[in-house]
Structure formats: structure tokens, C-alpha cells
Design a protein around this ligand. Structure first.
Ligand code: ADP
Ligand code: MG
Length: 238
């Protein structure tokens, strides 16, 4: 587990500023949700934290260490996307354990870790199957399992449940809340879904055009939105 800090982070694509002077401190073990309209920079912010795109200016700090120039693979971060991005030709077991194969673990060690993660996510009966034989919810469990097995310091979720129907979304939301409670892991979670934001978040960050509009607990934002924009996302009707 680790704290995450963004210090005056900015990013442009070409001449278009997408993230502008974002400052944010996320505590060790905190679950922070990013919300904001489509195109406001939520995914870009996650990619900057993960190191998948380089910052234009500013610094990313993980556990007190400036990681701005450290490659993604060495940041101790796991990323769960909306599209499951599973390897279609590999079994579920291999999909989950694949990242460990490059770390020099023995077959037995990998199998043991995969089994443990699969049990946690209740997909142990699916390990011999291929992704196409799974439902959307099961595939998303596999994607989460793949992140879990690496025991990352920080989890990033980019709208992980938005492809699922509403029953499944609720079930997986509770699963993620449980994981967060059990692992006490630091998580940054992007969603469009107000209920997801309100129920999962320790704090919510409202983004607008690449800037932070307001940061607060769900209660703070709900009862005291700073402006109409924030109220439109999570505020009480007023
Ligand atoms: P969100 O996730 O909030 O919908 P994104 O972070 O995906 O927003 O995108 C923010 C803005 O940056 C959008 O205008 C998008 O078109 C632009 N953008 C994102 N990635 C790239 C890229 N690789 N090249 C150029 N523009 C990009
Ligand atoms: Mg996005």
C-alpha cells in the first residue's frame, strides 16, 4: 500500500491542454473516485499516475518517492480497464497468472497465487476455461484477479463496471468495496455512476476540463457542492 500525490501535474496533447495544474494527495489505503463529464481528463489522469503517458509538467509521487521518470512496470500499480483486455487464447488461470511468469516465480508458486485470487473472487471453477466462455461479469472478475495477483501498491480502475447490467454492477461494486476493506489498498476509481461514487468513495474528486472543481467526502459534496457544476454530478437538488 502506498500514498499517491500529484504535484502541479499538467498534460497537453499537441497544443491542447488536457490536464491543468492538478494537485492531489491520496492517503495510504484511501479509495478516491474521479467523476466528471466525458472528455474532462479522467482516463488521462489515471494514465499519468500509472506512467502509461508521460507528464507534461509536474510530478507523480508514490509512497513519498518521485516516480515521474520511473517506467510504468516499476511503479507497483495495477490497472483495471472497462474493456477486459483478456488474452483470448489463454485459459483463465493463465490470464490471471501471466504477469507472474516474467517475475521468475515457479509454476507451483504461480498456481498457488492464482488459486488464492480465484477463490477470493469466486472464479475458481472457471480457471480451465477461455475468456469467450465467460459472462461479462465473470470476465471483469478475471480482470480484477489479474490485478490482484500482482499485489500492487495501488489499484487504478477506469470505469470497470460500465459494460455490465445494473444487477451485476451492484454485485461487483460490493465486491470492490469488500476488496478495498480487506486489502486496505489504495484505490483510484473512475466512474460515471453517481451511486458507485457515493457508495465506494472515501473522497470524490470532481474534474472539469482537466482541472479539479472540488474534492470532498461524498457527504461534503452532496450537502455542500461549491457550484452548480458539482451539484450536477453529486450534489443534492437545490
Ligand atoms: P475522460 O476519461 O474523462 O473521458 P480522457 O482523459 O480520455 O477523458 O480525454 C481527455 C481529453 O484528451 C479528450 O479531449 C481526449 O480526446 C483527449 N485525449 C486523450 N488521449 C489522447 C491522445 N492520446 N491523443 C490526443 N488526445 C487525447
Ligand atoms: Mg475515460
Amino acid at each position: 500500500m502506498a500514498s499517491v500525490a500529484l504535484r502541479s501535474v499538467s498534460k497537453s496533447f499537441g497544443h491542447v491542454p488536457v490536464i491543468t495544474d492538478v494537485n492531489l494527495e491520496i492517503a495510504d489505503g484511501e479509495l478516491v473516485v474521479f467523476v466528471g463529464p466525458s472528455g474532462c481528463g479522467k482516463s488521462t489522469l489515471l494514465r499519468l499516475i500509472a506512467g502509461l503517458v508521460p507528464v507534461g509538467a509536474g510530478d507523480i509521487v508514490i509512497d513519498g518517492e518521485v516516480v515521474t521518470d520511473i517506467p510504468a512496470s516499476k511503479r507497483g500499480i495495477a490497472f483495471v480497464f472497462q474493456s477486459y483486455a483478456l488474452y483470448p487464447h489463454m485459459t483463465i488461470a493463465r490470464n490471471i497468472g501471466f504477469a507472474l511468469e516474467t517475475l521468475g516465480l515457479s509454476r507451483q508458486e504461480i498456481d498457488a497465487k492464482v488459486a488464492e485470487v480465484a477463490a477470493t473472487l469466486k472464479i475458481d471453477h472457471l480457471l480451465a476455461r477461455r475468456p469467450r466462455e465467460l459472462s461479462g461479469g465473470q470476465r471483469q472478475r478475471v480482470a480484477i484477479g489479474r490485478a490482484l495477483v500482482r499485489q500492487p501498491e495501488v489499484f487504478l480502475f477506469d470505469e470497470p463496471l460500465s459494460n455490465l447490467d445494473s444487477d451485476l454492477r451492484m454485485e461487483m461494486r460490493m465486491e470492490i468495496a469488500k476488496l478495498h476493506a480487506n486489502l486496505a489498498a489504495t484505490m483510484i476509481y473512475v466512474t460515471h455512476d453517481q451511486v458507485e461514487a457515493m457508495t465506494l468513495a472515501d473522497r470524490i474528486v470532481v474534474l472539469n476540463r482537466g482541472r479539479i472543481e472540488q474534492i470532498g467526502t461524498p457527504q461534503q459534496l452532496y450537502h455542500a457542492p461549491q457550484n452548480r457544476f458539482v451539484a450536477g454530478f453529486i450534489g443534492s437538488p437545490r
